[in-house]
Design a protein around this ligand. Sequence first.
Ligand SMILES: Cc1cc2nc3c(=O)[nH]c(=O)nc-3n(C[C@H](O)[C@H](O)[C@H](O)COP(=O)(O)O)c2cc1C
Length: 208
Amino acid sequence: MTHKSTTEQTISVQQAIESRHSIRQFIQQPIHQQDIENIFKLVRLSPSAWNLQPWRFHVVTDVDLKKKLEEAAYGQKQVTSAPAVIVVTSDMEDVLANIADTVHPGLSGERKEEEVANLSAFFNGMSVEERGQWGLTQTNIAFGILMTAVQGYGYASNPMLGFDQEKVRELLNLPKHVLFAGILPIGKPNGEGYPHHRFDIEKIVKFH
Ligand SMILES: Cc1cc2nc3c(=O)[nH]c(=O)nc-3n(C[C@H](O)[C@H](O)[C@H](O)COP(=O)(O)O)c2cc1C
């Protein structure tokens, strides 16, 4: 990765959403480090219940590791075609171990303690698996924003869940409680994706 940003022009959120298609072939050029940082500056603003922010990201650019990720993804070629692959994970146990970090600094000491006690009691009433799944629903919000941010900075991506999670866990040395929202190969697109095929508004939206 180099250290200069490529992105002089910004596009609207509407343009980013409309222009995003899954891209599975990328131009062989590294992602600029500044762009990666700018993308994550946006992603970290994603909302989550109680502001717990359980998402954790692994940016993989190492060629050998990408090869192994591709094998874990049943040989899907976009993994090694992409200059970077972002593995989107959710770690609720890390959140709970550092729960005071999630409480807004503007709160008084007493309110902070109360908040920490309430959150700890709520999540201690759940199993590791249950709260892991709860955290994953939050992490998926950041996954969506990540795709839009990537597009906004002039890159393309392909969200993926087609991979052997235990193999990827092993490759990144992640503990059992860490869950996967998906992996996201990113890079400058080489070619176009498929045209959008989506349900009509009438099918997915009801007005009451
Ligand atoms: C959570 C998730 C998992 C996906 N897994 C894969 C995958 O493993 N391999 C793949 O080629 N595409 C995968 N896709 C891409 C979808 O097929 C694609 O998003 C969908 O067909 C809509 O097309 P579009 O992304 O071009 O708009 C996945 C998409 C999502 C959101």
